[in-house]
Design a protein around this ligand. Structure first.
Ligand code: FE2
Ligand code: FE2
Length: 289
């Protein structure tokens, strides 16, 4: 429509890169073609080893668009997260761990998130110090997200995380592992600080989309979830009216009245499968997301 600016955001998580040149070529080529910004929702590597992240950035070199990323639990496995952050940021990736960034007029707030369960089943900080520390990490992640969202100066606020803030996008996973896939402790910042959309990964056998209790759309963009529908990315289209210069940030003007639409981006090399199937081509066991 005349007078509107359109920004396409591609989202995917759980790429679980190990090694192999060209392993992610189809995903990044599609992102180049169909999106203006790429969002990565954690588990970029299988074990978080620096050599894996270096290989991952070589794959990323084919990208021509900005990248916003958070880490997942797999990226923490080798306890080298500072080194991984440096490797990515040197390549220009916006790595978010409680921070926010405005890219092309769209605001992004990102955290890894954590586990702990949902609703009345949420793990309480009671008993052994280990349990209290576990719960405190979830609380800390929630506080980081709150600060990132609260200070984000943009009309459209996109939340990027690895773990889920709601149980609905986990449906399809075994009930016994649900508390390890996210926690509703991550939900209040989303509900109270104006998030427009949430992307997460981690739940490889989960459900692709749902909403928070107040209606914020939440998308599980774990690659195995997308592949079940024959997709490799989810594309979100942010429509914005022409820049009026109402406010500015150090990365450019912020637009007014941005709205979001979403469509999956199909892996055109494969036939579309309509019925949900467990992921078959993923390097990781589904119970260890
Ligand atoms: Fe994960
Ligand atoms: Fe994963």
């Amino acid at each position: 429509m005349a007078g509107e600016r359109s920004i396409r955001i591609a989202a995917v998580g759980d790429l679980h890169y190990d090694s192999g040149r060209g392993a992610l070529a189809d995903i990044f080529a599609t992102a180049n073609k169909e999106a203006d910004i790429l969002v990565l929702c954690g588990d970029l590597t299988t074990h978080g080893r620096p050599e894996q992240m270096i290989g991952f950035t070589k794959e990323l070199a084919s990208l021509d668009i900005p990248v916003v990323a958070v880490f997942g639990n797999h990226d923490h496995e080798a306890d080298a997260i500072e080194e991984l952050t440096e490797i990515l940021t040197k390549k220009g990736v916006h790595v978010l761990d409680g921070e926010s960034v405005v890219v092309d007029g769209v605001g992004f707030a990102g955290v890894k998130g954590f586990a702990g369960g949902f609703g009345r089943g949420t793990l309480a900080p009671f008993g052994e110090p280990l349990i209290k520390n576990f719960v405190q990490h979830a609380i800390d992640e929630s506080l980081k997200l709150e600060n990132a969202l609260r200070t984000l100066d943009a009309e459209t606020k996109v939340v990027v995380m690895h773990y889920s803030p709601i149980p609905e996008t986990l449906q399809g996973e075994p009930d016994v592992i649900m508390p390890f896939l996210g926690t509703s402790r991550l939900l209040p910042p989303i509900e109270t600080h104006g998030a427009d959309v949430v992307f997460h990964g981690h739940a490889h056998a989960g459900h692709p989309e749902a909403t928070t209790p107040t209606g914020v759309p939440v998308y599980n963009v774990a690659l195995p979830v997308l592949r079940r529908s024959g997709d490799i990315l989810r594309i979100f289209r942010a429509r914005a009216p022409e820049r009026r210069g109402r406010r500015t940030t150090d990365r450019g003007r912020v637009d007014d009245d941005v709205t979001l639409e979403s469509t999956p981006s199909r892996d055109r090399s494969k036939p579309r499968r309509r019925r949900a199937e467990p992921p078959r081509d993923h390097p990781e066991h589904r119970h260890n997301p």
